[in-house]
Design a protein around this ligand. Structure first.
Ligand SMILES: Nc1ncnc2c1ncn2[C@@H]1O[C@H](COP(=O)(O)OP(=O)(O)OP(=O)(O)O)[C@@H](O)[C@H]1O
Length: 246
């Protein structure tokens, strides 16, 4: 889908977020960027979203043109919902910004809400939803325009462990079904091993891709108890230990 070559980003204050990043994202992958705080993961996602540009290097899209608005969905750590709008209105927002009325997109909006397990909560305002439900609305909003690329920046970091597991399960099931290309940023080794089809490990700032770990795990109903999952988390832990400075 895309390739970054020698990409670097240096801010005006001199901070080098990342340097010499070579990476490719293939269509249908679930790529997890795993790295310590401040290694430039969010900046890298912003670059993939077209919200920022590299100072050095290039980003090349396979079909020659950067994706149009609507081709990329973005989910942040905070659900960033409009507090005065219902779940349904929040999910409709990107379609509204693309000039599509609610009446012409009602079916897509409601189907996406149902896909995220929120049928019956269409009229609920964010204040009446739990943290996990708000994040579900946020993911539905990112998916409603059927993006080619879904970028997720630590979306589950603020959730409790139970809610986090359920959202990981549901996201993984959605990905298995639709095979939307996902780039997911996290600090969590367990989350990485559970979700990824390929892991890119980043070093502390300036971030570099220090290791790549393919994840040939099967798609079991419960990956968490699979011995292959345990050995993958051990492999990721060992890789982190090897690439992090002492
Ligand atoms: N606009 C900016 N101007 C200057 N420095 C910035 C700017 N944006 C980010 N940085 C710095 O660049 C580095 C990388 O930031 P970024 O948010 O990409 O890291 P991250 O790996 O996503 O961190 P975290 O995991 O804590 O969210 C950090 O040191 C940050 O303080």
């Amino acid at each position: 889908m895309l390739r970054l070559t020698g990409a670097g980003r240096r801010f005006v204050n001199g901070t080098i977020a990342f340097a010499d990043i070579d990476m490719r994202i293939d269509a249908g992958e679930f790529v997890v960027l795993l790295g310590p705080s401040g290694c430039g993961k969010s900046t890298l996602l912003r670059l993939l979203a077209g919200l920022d540009v590299p100072d050095t290097g290039t980003i090349v899209w396979n079909d020659g043109t950067p994706p149009a608005p609507g081709d990329i969905g973005f989910v942040f750590q905070d659900a960033t919902l409009l507090p005065w709008a219902s779940a349904e209105q929040n999910v409709h927002l990107p379609l509204r910004l693309a000039g599509k009325s609610f009446s012409e997109t009602r079916n897509e909006v409601r189907a996406t809400i149902a896909q995220l397990g929120l049928a019956g909560f269409e009229d609920a305002k964010p204040a009446s939803l739990s943290g996990g439900m708000k994040m579900r609305v946020s993911i539905a909003r990112a998916l409603v325009s059927r993006p080619r690329l879904l970028l997720m920046d630590e979306p589950f970091a603020a959730l409790d462990e139970f809610t986090r597991h359920r959202l990981q399960d549901d996201l993984h099931a959605l990905w298995r079904e639709a095979r939307t290309t996902v780039v997911f940023v996290t600090h969590s080794i367990y989350e990485t091993a559970y979700l990824a089809s390929r892991i890119l490990v980043m070093t502390p700032r300036p971030g570099r891709i220090a290791a790549e770990i393919p994840c040939p795990l099967p798609d079991p109903a419960d990956r968490r108890t699979d011995p292959a999952y345990a050995s993958l988390t051990a492999q990721v832990t060992e890789t982190l230990r090897a690439v992090m400075p002492a």
